[in-house]
Design a protein around this ligand. Structure first.
Ligand code: ADP
Ligand code: MG
Length: 270
């Protein structure tokens, strides 16, 4: 069974896509079989994985509309060593077309179930809105990873995101949880960043990843070369931070599996 993580934050430019692409590559480097689903019509994760979004057909759009199976739509990120379900601008229309269809919230979950045995991790790069695509991602996910910048308004936007996760939990996916908050684009010299980071820690405790992703220009350059940072400059600070995140993600997911098994065992004995 694969571990399915949605990478979400309804703010734009907070490092969702950078995290999705580089965590996918990091997990692949650790020997994990990874699928990255691009759910943003901007197609940045697709391009960052080295796939040309203009020619990347079919995309997640056709999968959601049942025009193609996920098996037929997936492509390979050669520099990243993981599989990709691409997205492009066409996906912007999906919202409208899905509204009147049956099981509109569960289409991605149903599609991903076909390939569950093929992967250890399925990562979903969400768009910067709490729309039907994001709801599809939350309905399919076991957990949500929230990248955030340590700036003044960082916590404010979280309220809506957490409310949406709660709604999905009640209505569609009782098992969903917040996997963790990831501090990204961190500048250790900024007093404000330190203060906000401490606040996040105080508020969310061990829901906060130990790994911190620093601001690093190599992370911003890599997508223009169509590769994850590990392939672009594997020794830079950003690459090392995302490797550390991959290790922490693997550790957390193993702990989670152990905790579930222990729970099932005690339930069985009771
Ligand atoms: P989102 O997907 O949330 O909109 P992106 O991952 O696309 O955010 O990041 C927004 C911009 O910031 C991009 O230009 C990206 O290259 C850059 N960026 C992301 N993370 C870092 C980082 N740790 N250091 C430097 N630049 C970064
Ligand atoms: Mg993005």
């Amino acid at each position: 069974m694969s571990r399915i993580l949605a990478i979400a934050n309804q703010k734009g430019g907070v490092g969702k896509t950078t995290t999705a692409v580089n965590l996918a590559a990091g997990l692949a480097e650790l020997g994990q079989r990874v699928l990255l689903a691009d759910l943003d019509p901007q197609g940045n994760a697709t391009m960052g994985a080295g796939i040309e979004k203009r020619t990347a057909l079919p995309t997640v759009y056709q999968i959601l509309l049942n025009q193609v199976t996920l098996r037929d739509a997936r492509m390979r990120s050669e520099p990243g060593h993981f599989d990709v379900i691409p997205a492009n601008r066409e996906l912007a229309g999906a919202e409208i077309e899905l509204v009147n269809l049956e099981q509109r919230d569960l289409r991605l979950k149903v599609a991903l179930a076909q390939v569950d045995d093929d992967y250890d991790f399925i990562l979903m790069d969400c768009p910067p809105t709490l729309n039907l695509l994001t709801v599809n991602a939350f309905a399919a996910a076991q957990a949500v990873l929230i990248p955030m910048q340590c700036e003044y308004y960082a916590l404010e936007g979280l309220t809506d995101l957490i409310a949406t996760i709660k709604k999905v939990k009640q209505r569609l996916n009782p098992g969903i949880r917040i996997e963790g908050l990831l501090r990204v684009m961190f500048d250790p010299r900024s007093t404000l960043a330190q203060q906000v980071s401490d606040q996040i820690k105080a508020h969310f405790g061990d829901k906060v990843y130990d790994t911190v992703i620093p601001r690093n220009v190599r992370l911003a350059e890599a997508p223009s070369h169509g590769m994850p940072v590990l392939a672009y400059d594997r020794l830079c600070k950003g690459a090392r931070a995302y490797m550390e995140l991959a290790e922490e993600t693997l550790r957390r997911s193993r702990n989670e599996i152990d905790a579930n098994q222990a729970r099932e065992k005690t339930d069985g004995e009771a």
